[in-house]
Write a protein that binds this ligand. Structure first.
Ligand code: ZN
Length: 176
């Protein structure tokens, strides 16, 4: 990590900010500026102890996210996805999810258990890959961010109301 990069962490947007409720636009050019942003996102994600971070979470409304299920333990586990498209999805499973943009809140969210995904990598190369279970869950969570959805949008109205009440409580006691 260079000193500049270390000082270059990005602010993580929080639930309630418009960018998190907005459908992000396609990435048109994969260039040095985009790769530099991905590097800043990578560092921001690790600093926040996250396993995934989507561009709208750093106030950039473009279709890009990064994931590393190992929290930086394994350098090969870091991946960036540009303009991802779900080609196939099947199965269903509900499990607890958290989100760096909804700190302090965990909600049971139903997700598909298998995905076939097409995306572009940072060299501009298109790829297709199959993902299952936890990895498929994380990717669906991140793609949701690109479509303007957060975990609160994926639960029942009652659970959403309770979560919003908890968020207000966290905001009032200054831990949000
Ligand atoms: Zn999230």
């Amino acid at each position: 990590m260079t000193e500049k990069a270390a000082n270059d962490l990005m602010r993580i947007t929080k639930y309630g900010e418009e960018v998190l409720a907005t459908r992000a636009r396609e990435v048109e050019t994969i260039d040095g500026a985009l790769r530099n942003m991905v590097e800043r996102m990578r560092l921001t994600m690790y600093r926040a102890n996250g396993i995934g971070l989507a561009a709208p979470q750093v106030d950039e409304s473009i279709r890009l996210f990064v994931v590393d299920l190992t929290l930086g333990e394994d350098a090969d586990a870091f991946h960036a996805f540009v303009n991802p498209v779900i080609l196939e999805a099947e199965g269903a499973d509900t499990d607890e999810e958290g989100c760096l943009s909804v700190p302090g809140i965990n909600l049971g969210v139903e997700r598909h258990t298998r995905l076939l995904l097409r995306a572009v990598d940072l060299e501009g190369k298109e790829f297709e890959r199959e993902y299952r279970d936890f990895e498929a869950r994380v990717l669906q969570h991140e793609i949701d961010h690109l479509d303007g959805h957060v975990i609160l949008d994926r639960v029942s109205p009652l659970k959403r109301r309770l979560a919003k009440r908890e968020i207000r409580r966290l905001q009032q006691n200054g831990s949000w």
